[in-house]
Design a protein around this ligand. Structure first.
Ligand SMILES: NC(=O)c1ccc[n+]([C@@H]2O[C@H](COP(=O)([O-])OP(=O)(O)OC[C@H]3O[C@@H](n4cnc5c(N)ncnc54)[C@H](O)[C@@H]3O)[C@@H](O)[C@H]2O)c1
Length: 344
């Protein structure tokens, strides 16, 4: 049996999920003669030791010790502000890196990281997991095959049930950079087009601490694509009906909705309509369970040289550039042009 050794930095909200998914990969990989072994670290040592023990993983006391232990790949799931430094450390170790989105708190901080990765010939996959979601993949296929005719409107929705801790929000870069960046990424990936202008508005009717931390709890951006098509991207931290992530694409010949199933966090206002009948998703981890598993499997496939990078840092920074423009529009109250300077 050949070992593939992954090191994970950060076992908070999403890091624990990645740790579980990495361990579960062995159900698929063991029959192929491969065994994924997990080593992890976190500055919250006691918590990290507990996670490691629960998963049969190895705890290491620092990132330096983790990298020195001899890894085949590094997974970064720490807060956004630490990503640039940890990506550089992984690249310096000469191993493929998976880093949660975004590359950095803003594009200005991310560009030197892109230069560094290119200069050192690093391989870095960024965690835009929606690219692995079966619904978004089908929508992309239908869009690109022209099955919907010409597209007149796109409406992307990302609704959390409840806000994350205010300390997290204060260091997240803002609602568009933290949440809607997934929608900006998926719109670019799905349409193959660039967003050239963003006009954003937001509101704060929930916990006043969110406003005090410099963020909004709800926001909407009107986006214009390079062919003139218009769309909206909306997000909130207060969707009591459930965790709701959808994309509606309407065309001259047909319409399609990603995320419309029995678990949709919606109810019909029409009499006698039982749809959707299931329990709504409550968290991003539930909504994208299959996608998160597939993206981690893709990282291992990339390490093994069996596939290309499914989400490059350049892709991620392009989405962040739209998010930066949305944050700027939110702050200034005027539409902001988006100019992409990094080639696809
Ligand atoms: N792809 C997605 O759907 C998705 C969802 C949630 C979060 N994220 C991203 O994942 C990242 C983490 O988010 P989270 O909600 O899990 O945060 P979190 O605060 O819950 O967890 C971060 C963890 O990293 C640890 N940590 C921080 N700095 C460290 C360092 N230098 N060395 C070792 N450990 C360190 C913290 O102790 C904590 O346990 C963020 O960048 C966020 O944008 C992505």
């Amino acid at each position: 049996m050949k070992d593939v050794i992954l090191g994970l930095v950060g076992v908070g909200r999403i890091g624990v999920m990645h740790a579980n998914n990495i361990t579960a990969l062995n159900d698929v990989l063991n029959p192929q003669g491969l065994n994924v072994r997990l080593r992890l670290t976190d500055v919250a040592e006691d918590h990290a030791r507990t996670v490691a023990t629960g998963l049969g993983a190895e705890f290491l006391p620092s990132v330096a010790a983790l990298l020195a232990s001899g890894l085949d790949g590094l997974v970064i799931a720490t807060g956004t502000g630490t990503h640039p430094e940890l990506i550089r450390a992984g690249v310096d170790a000469g191993i493929p890196v998976f880093c949660e989105k975004p590359v950095a708190l803003n594009v200005a901080d991310a560009l030197p990281v892109l230069d560094y990765i290119r200069y050192r010939h690093g391989v870095v996959q960024i965690g835009h997991q929606r690219r692995f979601d079966a619904g978004y993949q089908e929508a992309r296929r239908a869009y690109q095959a022209g099955e919907l005719g010409w597209i007149h409107s796109l409406r992307a929705v990302t609704c959390d049930m409840a806000p994350p801790p205010v300390e997290f929000l204060a260091s997240s870069g803002g609602l568009f950079r933290d949440c809607s960046v997934h929608d900006f990424d998926i719109l670019r990936w799905l349409t193959g087009r660039e967003i050239v202008e963003v006009y954003a508005r937001g509101s704060n009717n929930g916990d006043p601490a969110i406003g005090a931390a410099g963020d909004v709890d709800t926001a909407l951006a009107l986006v214009t694509f390079d062919d003139g098509t218009v769309g909206t991207v909306s997000a909130t931290r207060y969707n009591g009906a459930g965790h709701d992530v959808r994309l509606e694409i309407q065309g001259s010949r047909g319409s399609l909705m990603v995320g419309l199933d029995d678990k949709s966090a919606l109810a019909s206002a029409e009499a006698g309509i039982p749809f959707p009948a299931g329990e709504p998703h409550r968290t991003f981890a539930e909504r994208f369970d299959q996608a998160y598993r597939s993206e981690m499997a893709a990282f291992v496939e990339m390490i093994l040289g069996r596939r290309d990078n499914p989400c490059t840092p350049e892709d991620a920074v392009a989405a962040s550039r739209v998010a930066d423009a949305a944050q700027e529009s939110l702050a200034t109250g005027v539409p902001v042009r988006v100019v992409q300077t990094v080639a696809r």
